[in-house]
Structure formats: structure tokens, C-alpha cells
Design a protein around this ligand. Structure first.
Ligand SMILES: *Cc1c(COP(=O)(O)O)cnc(C)c1O
Length: 386
């Protein structure tokens, strides 16, 4: 469908080292529940500085697993930002809980701690912070709120692997952190996810949850020449394969230079749009290392975003909108009665944002082409208004 000249908003980078790593597992005797999983987990633990990491089959499963470990169940409310991918809130529903939507700050589109405090009730059990676009949330304030109200702080860091907050890597800033390895994210395992924590109790529950709630896995039984196992609670099959983990681990060794590339691209976009009358770039806080999963611009009210979108797509530029506020999806409106007006900042942002191409292999010439075409699309749209 998409020809070679199409520039997507995000894309994986795979090299011969990655391919060799996958092939080597495929040639081995064990392709799932084997040593490549523990090896990837260990490398991730070392990278983010977390005591425990648990690899699962995708980022959504990682969020579900995190919320299960946190003990979220019926009657529990979990505060989530409205400006996120639906999976963040869906994971709360998987546990039988109720997502309660918090508005975001307009300068960063990160969850607004003031809004969080306003919607806490006696039923609130956790907060999910989403490090939107790759910038860590205000973890100092969120931690203070969580401690004050005895809430578990969970981080949806699916955008933010390799980012840091006040020199501390994303992965230990919350009680539990979830990552995704979907191909548009910083590193990929095809599909894949990981949860990190420093809490040994959460770690054990998460390992068991990804394997049906069974207390001992297939490899452990083989090694100990035992057949007996018990299912202690209702878990899922959220396992990831060894060849996926081999890919993930190989990718991880290239993460830092890739983030540097992303930051370079962001800084060129920033400079190009700095004094533009119709474009606002999102604020990047100086106490945080932004990992730039996305590069998002906001257009002024006079610009019809959908017109700009159409013009850029005609130029084969894969711009996108991240995100439709979750509380505006028909499903949430139907089951929870959420409606327009509940998160006015997220809703206004949604009408004016556009994600521009952002991935390590975006060439200099493609980047210049995107910048030029964004500016000229705005000029065309402005002309139409007059
Ligand atoms: C990608 C993403 C997810 C889900 O990850 P999958 O691996 O696609 O299941 C969840 N939350 C956010 C914010 C994401 O960007």
C-alpha cells in the first residue's frame, strides 16, 4: 500500500546483528520460556537501574500485569490522563476497575498533578502517569500526591524508554513501570513489553500472572524433573518468545545512539518552527531527558489541522494524530458516560496537534523536506482562510 517514498511517523531500524541474534535462537533447541528471556530482562534491569524486570508479549499486557500486581480490582478507581493511547485506560477495565480521566497540561500534554488531586476519591487506588511523547511526567509532584493519599504510582512509559527525570532513568520513578516494544517505539521485539519494579512481591506476582497464575514454569519443571504445579490465581498467557527477546536485547545495545538521533531531529524541528506564527512546539523541561518517541506540534486556532494533515499526506508524509482523548471514544462514552467537556485541555489540544516523522533513520533530506512541506501546507491553509 505504502510505496518506498512514503515517510512514516515512526519506524523500526533492524540490522544484520539483530537478524543474526534472532536466527541464532531459531537454530537453538528452545524458542520460548528459555534463556534469551532472562538475558533480555537482565540487560533491561541493568539499563534502567531497576531490580526486577518481567518480559511479556506486548505493552498492553505489561500494563495489565502491572495493574494486577498493584491489586487493582472491582470498586477501584485508577486515575489516567485522557491524552494517551486507549490501552492505558483499557488495562484498568481488564482488572474490573474504573479509569478516571485527568486533564493534561497544555504546554507538555503530560498529566496535570493539580487535576489529579481534584479527582481523588476514597475509591482511588492508583495513578497511571503516561510519559507522553517520551518526556517524563512531574514525578516529584505525582509521588507526593501518591504518598499523601496512599496510592500506587504506575508509569506507562511506552513512549519513554531511555528517558530520565532529574538524572534518574524512567523505570524506577514509579512503583511499577510498563514499556512496549512495538516497532514504532524506541526498540522493538516485533511485539513485546516489559514491566520493571524494585518491589519483590510485585515481581513474583507479575511472573506468575504472565503464565496463567501458575507458580512454576515449564522450564523450571523440566530442570527439576518435576511435573507438579499449581495455579494460585487467574493469570493469562502473556509470555514472549526467546527469539523476540533476542531481537529486543540486540536492539537495546543501540538505544542510546538512537535516542541521540531522535533528540537531534527534535532540535532541528524546534529551530525550524521557533518563530513560526502558527506553530507551537511542546515544552521540554530542562530537568528531564526527553526520549522523543513522538515529535508533536500544535497549530494555532486559525489553522484547520485536518486540512494540513491532508496536504501532508498528499506529499506522502505520514503525519498522525496522537491521541483522540480516551474519554471521547464511543466505548467509554457508552459504558462510563464520559463526554465532551470533561478534559478541556486535552480536547482542545486534540483538535490542533499533529505528530511529525520521528525515527532514527529519518534522513537529513527527508527531515528538510518535512519541515518545508509543513510550512508550505500552513501557508496554503492560511491562504484559504482569507
Ligand atoms: C504503544 C503503547 C501502549 C501499548 O503497547 P503495545 O505494545 O502496542 O500493546 C500503551 N500505552 C502507550 C502510551 C503506548 O504508546
Amino acid at each position: 500500500m505504502q510505496d518506498d517514498s512514503f515517510i512514516p511517523y515512526g519506524r523500526q531500524s533492524i540490522d544484520e546483528q539483530d537478524i543474526a541474534a534472532v536466527v541464532s535462537v531459531l537454530r537453538s533447541k528452545v524458542i520460548t520460556t528459555g534463556p534469551a528471556i532472562a538475558s533480555f530482562e537482565k540487560r533491561m534491569s541493568n539499563y534502567i537501574g531497576a531490580q526486577y524486570t518481567v518480559a511479556v508479549c506486548n505493552g498492553t499486557a505489561a500494563l495489565h500485569t502491572a495493574l494486577f500486581a498493584a491489586g487493582i480490582g472491582k470498586q477501584d478507581e485508577v486515575i489516567v490522563p485522557s491524552m494517551t493511547f486507549a490501552a492505558t485506560a483499557n488495562a484498568v477495565l481488564y482488572c474490573g476497575g474504573t479509569p478516571v480521566f485527568a486533564d493534561v497540561k497544555s504546554s507538555t500534554l503530560l498529566i496535570d498533578p493539580l487535576m489529579v488531586e481534584q479527582i481523588i476519591t476514597s475509591k482511588t487506588k492508583a495513578i497511571i502517569a503516561v510519559d507522553y511523547a517520551g518526556q517524563p511526567c512531574d514525578y516529584t509532584k505525582l509521588r507526593r500526591i501518591a504518598d499523601k493519599h496512599n496510592l500506587i504510582l504506575i508509569s506507562d512509559a511506552c513512549h519513554a524508554l531511555g528517558a530520565s527525570y532529574q538524572d534518574q532513568k524512567v523505570g524506577t520513578l514509579a512503583d511499577i513501570t510498563a514499556f512496549s516494544f512495538h516497532p514504532v517505539k524506541h526498540i522493538t521485539s516485533g511485539e513485546g513489553g516489559m514491566i520493571s519494579t524494585n518491589n519483590p512481591h510485585y515481581n513474583l506476582r507479575m511472573r506468575q500472572f504472565r503464565n496463567h497464575g501458575i507458580n512454576i514454569d515449564h522450564q523450571q519443571r523440566t530442570e527439576s524433573n518435576a511435573w507438579f504445579y499449581q495455579m494460585d490465581f487467574l493469570g493469562y498467557n502473556y509470555r514472549i518468545t526467546d527469539f523476540q527477546c533476542a531481537l529486543g536485547e540486540s536492539q537495546l545495545s543501540k538505544l542510546d545512539p538512537w535516542i541521540q538521533k531522535r533528540r537531534d531531529i527534535a532540535s532541528q524541528y524546534d529551530t525550524a518552527f521557533e518563530n513560526h506564527n502558527a506553530i507551537t512546539t511542546l515544552k521540554a523541561h530542562s530537568d528531564r531527558r526527553h526520549a522523543y518517541h513522538l515529535y508533536v506540534v500544535k497549530f494555532s486556532n486559525s489553522i484547520n489541522r485536518d486540512d494540513v494533515f491532508k496536504l501532508l499526506r498528499e506529499k506522502k508524509i505520514g503525519v498522525n494524530v496522537h491521541y483522540i482523548p480516551v474519554h471521547l471514544h464511543p466505548y467509554y462514552k457508552n459504558i462510563q458516560g464520559t463526554k465532551e467537556g470533561m478534559c478541556p485541555v486535552a480536547e482542545a489540544a486534540y483538535r490542533s496537534i499533529l505528530s511529525l516523522p520521528m525515527f532514527p533513520e529519518l534522513s537529513k533530506s527527508d527531515l528538510q523536506f518535512v519541515i518545508k512541506e509543513v510550512k508550505s501546507a500552513i501557508t496554503v491553509v492560511q491562504g484559504k482562510n482569507q
